[in-house]
Design a protein around this ligand. Structure first.
Ligand code: 5RP
Length: 232
């Protein structure tokens, strides 16, 4: 199966967890978009669901495909969020933010009782860190924030380039108006320590380590669907 088909299979398996008449968080990225497409087909058949989109890009696709949207202001507590990931560790710690939506994704996941992660098998890793860690930062003080991230990582024995994300020759700007630094530290043996350290840096808005947020990962590979569960 090609990568797109695997994403579709993971998305299809997640759809079985969505209950009629509920409001759910809807993630960002190519895998989440497959979920949106499958969900829209159910909606066209009369299934009732409202979504809280984790990005403007996802919101636009939902509108285009007829999925009703709401906000966390109207519905501050969700039963379920379905989202993709850049990396999934065996304990369901994640790296997210490859699509630049990590802040809204984390806010929506944290407002949800359950977060289901959908991915193809290439996202499963033993230890997080092969994928550069996205860190959303305020534009003000960018140089100082980058230096503080470097120093915090160094104290934990992590080193590597911290690069400003660019798109078409310009800094990538998130839906929240912030910038993204992609930190290529390699293996992150203690994601919680790195998460805590980055949360002490004033210019860091949020980072892409998702710890204790995912409750189920649905991973589609050529030999079938594998699920990983946490007690959350
Ligand atoms: C966006 C994300 C995505 O979920 C992540 O990048 C995975 O994307 P894809 O499904 O396209 O591989 O975190 O911010």
């Amino acid at each position: 199966m090609d990568a797109r088909q695997l994403k579709i299979e993971a998305a299809r398996a997640a759809l079985a967890h969505v209950e009629d008449g509920t409001t759910i968080g809807i993630g960002t990225g190519s895998t989440a978009e497959e979920f949106v497409r499958l969900l829209s087909a159910r909606v066209a058949d009369g299934f009732v669901v409202k979504g809280v989109a984790t990005s403007e890009r996802t919101a636009a696709l939902c509108r285009e495909l007829g999925i009703a949207l709401t906000t966390l202001d109207e519905t501050p507590h969700l039963a379920l969020t379905v989202d993709g990931a850049d990396e999934v560790a065996p304990d369901l710690a994640l790296i997210k933010g490859g699509g630049g939506a990590l802040l809204r994704e984390k806010i929506v996941a944290a407002a949800s009782d359950r977060m289901i992660v959908i991915a193809d098998g290439s996202k499963l890793v033993d230890v997080l860190g092969r994928f550069p860690l996205p860190v959303e930062v305020n534009r003000f003080g960018l140089g100082a924030t980058r230096r503080a991230i470097d120093e915090a990582a160094n104290r934990l024995g992590l080193t590597g380039p911290v690069a400003l994300r660019m798109t078409a020759g310009e800094p990538f700007v998130t839906d929240g108006g912030h910038l993204i630094l992609d930190a290529s530290f390699g293996r992150i043996p203690d994601p919680r320590a790195l998460s805590d350290a980055m949360h002490t840096i004033p210019g860091v808005v949020e980072h892409g380590l998702f710890i204790d947020l995912a409750s189920l990962a649905i991973i589609a590979a050529d030999d079938g669907i594998k699920t990983l569960e946490s007690t959350r």
